[in-house]
Design a protein around this ligand. Structure first.
Ligand SMILES: *[C@@H]1O[C@H](CO)[C@@H](O)[C@H](O)[C@H]1NC(C)=O
Ligand SMILES: *[C@@H]1O[C@H](CO)[C@@H](O)[C@H](O)[C@H]1NC(C)=O
Ligand SMILES: *[C@@H]1O[C@H](CO)[C@@H](O)[C@H](O)[C@H]1NC(C)=O
Ligand SMILES: *[C@@H]1O[C@H](CO)[C@@H](O)[C@H](O)[C@H]1NC(C)=O
Ligand SMILES: *[C@@H]1O[C@H](CO)[C@@H](O)[C@H](O)[C@H]1NC(C)=O
Ligand SMILES: *[C@@H]1O[C@H](CO)[C@@H](O)[C@H](O)[C@H]1NC(C)=O
Length: 530
């Protein structure tokens, strides 16, 4: 009797505890190209990078807002995870590892920032750097944000230069043994911390020493070291050439003693290869850089290996032409492949970057004072990619959506006959037939073109309604119902919503012509989902 009531009491207690605090996706693993939770359902990483690897070795922004406010600002923007960077010295270098937050800022003469931390996060001041890092992870956990620990470099500071001594195994500051020690300490230190779901082995390998043979050799060692110390975390491997290149994996697989934990990461910015963006027609630039991306990294998905776009982003002020051209292109790719991703970056400013106190971050989600969004238009386009469209556990795996990257909305039905842009999670399901019709997935209606400048319509007689992808980017959907010079393409009307047909625009040549209002991308149907 007594033991029964005891059991009952502990049951009630555990139910109460559970409802008070639901831990986030405790242990993730991989299945085919997907990251899944313990129930086998897909978990899509929609992360933001939050640096903690610059000279003070403290997560940025804690002098401007309480850590809990920052965590909540991440959650309120629909992001579910943080790629939290760190420098190896925080763990392996005695003189650095013994610093407190206070002494670290003092040693850099960052008196204003120190004062700000005293105001907004006083409980952190007396902690050592690793304790403060733990406190940030723990607060993210309380807010149900997953964390990926990212080894960004060895010596704290801004990253990454081609020959800054932190780029590849054997460089001045990149002793492989010290690196392994750091990874082991980090993996051990966060063992059992349930919101830590993954560890990146090293950011952006690069420089004159980079070498495929040594990549396999040391990545193998690093991956095994992490898994031994902490078998729960995903082990995330970065490519060569600033993490733009994993092409060497096409001929040789990574051999590890464990399975279902390996993920690859890749970075893609407009400046990864700026020349196409600054010289070519935007369709051609998108075709060229997307093709390179598929050949260097995207091909891994077809081999059923998970790929994580762990850095991408744009200048939020809208003043960088290359970024503006690139943005629609990468959004289309992220949507089509339904990749896991981590945006660069959260921070509106840095304590100290490249010698400048309170350095701004034009790629940041947050404003310089960390209180609001730097550009809600940019943020909205990224938010469209937060939910999974495909993969294990998806409800409508066979739906084709037609994504419009310029607005990050999808083609939906407005009425029986008319179409408009709407949120992609409420998108109408489409199918593309062998005859070249774009039809409702269920039913016979197809998209029909009427006259230039007028809304397209849903109709029944589809025999003449053939559509083809005509530009190099393969994102212009042109009606083949007209002679070549008069072709009409799907477009969005001046109201920013209604789907119309307009003369196909900016197909080639003119570098300055912006084609993106006519860019539509079909999100592929599910593959390897089961
Ligand atoms: C430890 O860090 C300090 C400060 O950056 C540096 O001067 C020193 O060389 C480092 N020690 C080792 C063993 O790397
Ligand atoms: C900090 O200020 C002191 C005194 O002005 C100076 O001697 C020292 O070099 C400064 N340190 C740094 C890292 O700027
Ligand atoms: C930090 O430690 C100092 C003494 O080392 C103490 O005076 C101060 O009150 C402590 N601050 C906090 C916030 O714990
Ligand atoms: C890569 O490094 C290995 C071992 O250090 C060496 O034998 C090989 O020649 C290097 N390859 C290239 C292409 O540099
Ligand atoms: C936000 O970005 C858009 C382009 O993406 C730009 O046109 C606009 O000026 C930006 N707004 C601010 C406040 O920077
Ligand atoms: C295009 O379709 C319209 C109506 O569906 C038809 O009247 C017209 O002849 C077609 N044009 C061509 C070139 O097939």
């Amino acid at each position: 009797m007594k033991s029964l009531s005891l059991l009952l009491a502990s049951l009630i207690l555990s139910i109460v505890t559970l409802s008070l605090y639901t831990p986030v996706a405790a242990v993730l693993s991989t299945k085919s190209r997907w990251i899944i939770d313990e129930s086998g359902k897909r978990v899509k990483l929609a992360c933001v990078n939050w640096p903690s690897h610059l000279q003070p070795m403290v997560a940025e922004g804690l002098h401007k807002q309480p850590v809990d406010v920052i965590s909540k600002s991440i959650v309120s923007r629909g992001l579910n995870c943080v790629r939290l960077t760190y420098a190896t010295f925080m763990l392996t270098n005695e003189s650095v590892a013994s610093l407190t937050v206070k002494s670290s800022f003092e040693s850099l003469n960052l008196t204003d920032a120190l004062q700000g931390i005293g105001v907004h996060n006083p409980s952190l001041l007396n902690l050592t750097l690793i304790q403060a890092y733990h406190a940030v992870v723990s607060n993210l956990g309380e807010n149900e944000v997953m964390v990926i620990l990212d080894n960004h470099l060895t010596v704290p500071g801004w990253c990454c230069g081609y020959s800054d001594g932190n780029g590849f195994f054997g460089d001045t500051y990149f002793n492989p043994d010290v690196w392994i020690q750091g990874l082991q300490k980090m993996a051990t230190s966060f063992h059992g911390v349930s919101n830590v779901v993954g560890m990146s082995l090293r950011n952006e390998l690069r420089g004159p020493r980079q070498n495929v043979t040594n990549w396999y050799r040391y990545m193998h060692k690093g991956a095994e070291a992490i898994h031994t110390a902490n078998p729960n975390v995903l082990v995330i491997l970065s490519g060569l050439s600033f993490d733009n290149d994993l092409s060497f994996l096409s001929s040789r697989q990574v051999q590890l003693s464990f399975t279902r934990k390996l993920v690859f990461e890749v970075h893609w910015y407009s400046f990864s290869d700026s020349k196409p963006w600054s010289t070519l027609n935007t369709n051609q630039a998108c075709a060229k850089t997307s093709g390179d991306f598929m050949g260097h990294a995207g091909f891994l998905l077809a081999k059923e290996w998970p790929l994580f776009m762990s850095e991408f982003g744009v200048d939020n002020r809208g003043v960088n032409d290359n970024d503006n051209r690139y943005f629609g292109c990468i959004l289309a790719k992220l949507a089509e492949l339904d990749l896991d991703w981590a945006l660069w970056a959260l921070q509106g400013s840095y304590y100290l970057r490249e010698g400048i106190v309170d350095h701004g971050e034009t790629y940041g989600v947050l404003s310089a004072d960390w209180s609001t969004s730097q550009n809600s238009t940019v943020l909205k386009r990224i938010q469209a990619l937060q939910k999974p469209f495909q993969g294990p556990g998806s409800i409508f795996p066979l739906h084709q959506k037609i994504f419009h990257p310029a607005t990050a909305l999808c083609v939906t039905r407005k009425s029986t006959h008319l179409l408009q842009l709407g949120p992609c999670d409420q998108s109408t399901a489409w199918r593309y037939t062998e005859e070249g019709n774009i039809k409702l997935r269920i039913g016979f209606s197809c998209i029909k073109v009427e006259h230039a400048g007028e809304p397209v319509q849903l109709g029944i007689d589809c025999s003449r309604e053939k559509w083809e992808l005509v530009s190099a980017s393969k994102m212009h959907l042109a009606s083949m119902n007209m002679s070549e010079g008069n072709r009409l393409c799907l477009d969005v009307d001046r109201d920013g919503k209604t789907i119309v047909a307009n003369p196909c625009n900016c197909l080639s040549d003119n570098h300055n012509c912006d084609p993106t209002s006519q860019w539509f991308k079909s999100m592929k149907k599910d593959w390897n989902a089961d």
